[in-house]
Ligand binder design. Sequence first.
Ligand code: SF4
Ligand code: SF4
Length: 287
Amino acid sequence: MEPPELITPGRRGPRSGTPQRPRIGIVKFASCDGCQLTLLDLEDELLTIADRVDLVEFAEATSRRSAGPFDVLFVEGSISTAEQVQEIARLRAVSHRLVTIGACATAGGIQAIRNWFDPDEVRAAVYPEPTYVESLAQARPVADFVAVDGELRGCPISPGQLREFLVALVTGRRPQLPDEAVCLECKRRGVVCVAVAQGIPCLGPVTRTGCGAICPAYGRGCYGCFGPRESANTTSLARWLSDDRSAADVGRLFAGFTAWSVPFRATIDAYGGPPGQVLPAKETDDA
Ligand code: SF4
Ligand code: SF4
């Protein structure tokens, strides 16, 4: 991730050479708002941050609205409708830096599990009047549509990683967001491996760190909400997991909040698709 520059080049304050506070926007697409709430949950720190930036668009927190331009735009949620395809293109054009936040924006989120199914069947199963629902055939990550300068993973994002990113933003340095496996956080915390000691299936070896290994610390396996780490060897882990469970159960383990990330998706497909799949996958709709 590049150092997040504070101000769009050329935009300066009223006095020559005086930088303005960076204009920050936070927008959402198909999402539950949980990642935006992580920002609000920073509470006291948020007040300090608000002194250093100009928060011009954040519908969850303020009635102040802006159509841009933005020095940094945080984007929550997957792209799931034709209108959202147009809106993310517009926002990209008015944003100097665009940062996706959360599993929905970075990997498609839990809603991307529908990508394996016939969209008409899904709509009919969920909504009483499916004819009123207009959505793309697939829910997809923001990076499938526009260039993304940085991302914060997780469902929801980690307050610690968000804090690190914001501090880097206001001080003009590169954020330190490690790409290690969750396993390393278990080792640092002294958490006994749930997979080795208890035989609990865990995606920690292929999942990016950032959460503090919350789930193993409470005696359950990681289900991959931070998505795959770089060079994640999902093939090897899936083979190991299949030693004592069915192919369908292995596919089900990867079919969570980041199922549509490329390595997890490939593993799900290799093991027969997500749970309950009875219909062939539809072609991608780029409308
Ligand atoms: S990543 Fe999780 S917490 Fe964030 S918006 Fe999506 S569903 Fe909500
Ligand atoms: S252990 Fe895995 S599933 Fe649990 S919060 Fe961390 S990344 Fe997400």
